[in-house]
Design a protein around this ligand. Structure first.
Ligand SMILES: [Zn+2]
Length: 210
């Protein structure tokens, strides 16, 4: 069984999720906008066995804390899609023509693609490739526990922006429609704001209805 704790961080209040496999205590961090004291303390309180730093996409408000997290937990694998890896490597800035303001990780440890499966103790997370907000946005799906970490692809009754570099509305819409194929009771755990469910979004999302 996979448990999770949500900690909103930084000026844009991007959600960092700490995932814990109940059987083994193995931990993963989903997105790391700021590696701040609440996140550090929560990781330590949960045993500190951090295996993965999982990135839903490369925007600064989701990755700015990655270098610090990797420093604190060198054994944790930094995971991002190949398409969004340039952000993590510091080769590409979220805001065009602005220099990077964070100390970047040079190279992710693992490049994610559609169908990649990450074992976290006795739990498993499957990668669903959901481009449209960025070129390489992904969601992390734990089928056994009905948890879906959606980054900036799908929010409570909203969707991510499609007007930033790499964004594209038809692509984003198609990604969200794929998510709507998941069981209705699946928890939607977004990169900003409150949680939802797939069933709620199919009915009430302002941008993509099924
Ligand atoms: Zn974003």
């Amino acid at each position: 069984m996979l448990n999770y704790t949500c900690i909103p961080v930084g000026m844009l209040q991007s959600n960092s999720y700490i995932l814990k496999d109940a059987a083994t205590g193995a931990l993963a961090l989903v997105d790391c906008g700021v590696f701040n004291k609440p996140v550090r303390e929560e990781l330590a309180a949960q045993g500190g066995d951090l295996r993965y730093i999982l990135l839903t996409h490369g925007h600064f408000d989701h990755i700015q804390g990655v270098a610090r997290a990797k420093e604190a937990y060198p054994a944790a694998s930094v995971c991002v899609s190949a398409e969004d890896a340039p952000y993590v490597r510091g080769e590409q800035s979220t805001i065009p023509h602005r220099p990077m303001h964070h100390k970047s990780v040079r190279q992710p440890d693992l490049l994610l693609a559609e169908g990649s499966v990450l074992a976290l103790g006795e739990s498993a997370l499957r990668v669903i490739f959901t481009p449209g907000h960025t070129l390489g946005g992904v969601c992390f799906y734990c089928e056994a526990d009905g948890l879906l970490f959606t980054g900036d692809t799908l929010f409570f009754e909203e969707v991510g922006r499609d007007d930033l570099p790499g964004g594209d509305w038809p692509t984003l819409r198609a990604s969200i429609l794929r998510l709507y194929d998941l069981p209705g009771e699946t928890a939607v755990l977004p990169g900003h704001g409150q949680a939802s469910t797939i069933a709620h979004e199919r009915k009430n999302n302002l941008y993509v209805k099924q």
